[in-house]
Design a protein around this ligand. Structure first.
Ligand code: 4AD
Ligand code: MG
Length: 430
């Protein structure tokens, strides 16, 4: 019999095949058992009959959920069964009889599920999320490939802080003292544009954030892009095009998974250019009208972002934050030096920030001043400052968080389900 996967069943209708996988569920009677069977590519129903299986039937009849089995049998189209196909088993080899699986049909709390993440990952919802993640990351890479960007893999051990010094994870690095786990690949991407023009990186980044919100992980994946000869406006136009591309391609490809997740994709279909653009000052006006007492200069919190996104039917850029609010490398506005050329992109439906981006300070003197104003040591930024000495150009870029974007696309309440093994303030196991 030919071995095949469940996803290939349309080519094997009426044929005898071998499939290898696990029993997700079972319903048995005296002479026939129906197994819900999965192999990683899909699910199907396996019909196991006493009269056909003989002695093994007694074991199959009460086989524990999650046991691994190899099924030989005929593929039949069956609209009423899960996955649309049925396999009429001629024989079944039991590979391993599972212990009683700790995750059952009853509701479990998030802590229990996270402590059993290594087992929870097998569930239908979790595998659906992982497939959407796979598609999202692939479309991210495709976008950059189609738009002549070059991939630059940036280091994870770094000596220069790229974002906020208060949330660095430090690592003892032999005789050199402390290094830090990278918060961003951006500074290294900036070095790469001088040879390659348009570049991107996609990898894990680390923030020692003591926040327990639904949007924060201590280890998350970020895709960052950096472009030579791009100003602030060109940066936003590119982001709009990029986000529309990844959202439309991902929802088109993973319709079945999003249906299983009960995600209404109509709001996602509206994610096409142009997005809304408002200034930081306008955002503050909106918040004040809604009763907030946020003061000029404060960064928007998660709740502020939620309020704003609920007023817009598409993603919204918040542009030109106060210089004091944002990272040192952002380009100072030439006429209004208290602002910088930057934007955060907020995803609608309450999701909030998915992108942080900016035009970069390309002037050597202003950059060194910003480094000092942020209490950073110019000596550690020697290499970064060099980039403003040898053919400095206007340039801009952005970083998009994969987990926050996936959480929005899948319609999840918390980012913890969007990454295979989440790392959070109180969780580094399993
Ligand atoms: O706004 P951030 O901190 O920007 C940067 O790191 C820039 N260096 C990017 C650049 O311009 N190249 O982070 C970018 C995005 C956020 O908008 C968010 O989506 C995600 O990374 N992010 C997090 N995701 C999950 N958990 C956290 N703790 C996150 N912190 C940031
Ligand atoms: Mg940010």
């Amino acid at each position: 019999m030919k071995e095949c996967s469940i996803s290939q069943f349309p080519e094997y209708i009426g044929q005898d095949v071998t499939i290898k996988g696990w029993v997700s569920n079972r319903r048995s009677s005296g002479r026939v058992s129906f197994l819900i069977f999965r192999d990683g590519t899909g699910i199907c129903q396996v019909v196991a009959e006493r009269d056909v299986l003989g002695d093994t039937y007694q074991e199959i009849r009460k086989i524990p959920i999650e046991s691994s089995v190899i099924v030989h049998g005929k593929v039949v189209e069956e609209g009423r069964s899960a996955g649309g196909f049925e396999v009429q088993a001629s024989s079944i080899d039991i590979v391993h009889l599972s212990d009683e699986f700790p995750i059952g049909k009853k509701e479990h709390g998030p802590d229990f599920l996270l402590s059993n993440r290594h087992l929870w990952l097998r569930s239908a919802r979790q595998t659906a999320i992982m497939r959407v993640r796979d598609a999202l990351v692939r479309h991210v890479r495709n976008y950059f490939y189609e738009n002549t960007f070059t991939l630059i893999d940036t280091p994870i051990f770094t000596t220069t802080c790229g974002e906020d010094t208060s949330n660095l994870f430090s690592v003892d690095y032999f005789d050199l003292g402390k290094t830090y786990l990278s918060q961003t690949g951006q500074l290294y991407l900036e070095a790469a544009i001088f040879g390659l023009g348009k570049v991107y990186c996609l990898g894990p980044t680390f923030r020692a954030e003591r926040s327990k919100t639904r949007r924060h992980l201590t280890e998350f994946w970020m895709v960052e892009a950096e472009m030579a000869y791009y100003d602030h406006k060109m940066n936003l136009d590119l982001q709009e095009d990029f986000v529309s591309y990844i959202v439309q391609n991902t929802i088109a490809e993973r319709q079945e998974d999003l249906k299983l997740l009960e995600r209404d994709i109509e709001p996602l279909k509206r994610v096409v250019p142009p997005f809304h653009r408002i200034s930081y000052d306008e955002a503050l006006d909106i918040l004040h009208k809604q009763g907030s007492d946020i003061v000029w200069g404060a960064d928007l919190g998660g709740d502020d972002e939620t309020v704003i996104t609920q007023l817009f039917d598409k993603p919204v850029f918040i542009e030109n934050y106060p210089k004091q609010t944002k990272a040192f490398y952002m380009k100072q506005h030439p006429d209004r030096p208290e602002y910088v050329f930057c934007a955060d992109l907020l995803a609608p439906e309450g999701y909030g920030e998915i992108i942080g981006g900016s035009q970069r300070e390309d002037n050597y003197d202003l950059l060194i001043k910003a480094i000092k104003d942020n209490n950073l040591e110019p000596e550690t930024y020697g290499w970064y400052l060099d980039l403003r000495r040898y053919g400095s150009v206007p340039h801009a870029g952005f970083g998009l968080g994969i987990e926050r974007t996936l959480s929005w696309i899948c319609g999840l309440k918390h980012v913890r389900e969007t990454i295979p093994f989440p790392r959070m303030l109180y969780r580094a196991y399993p």
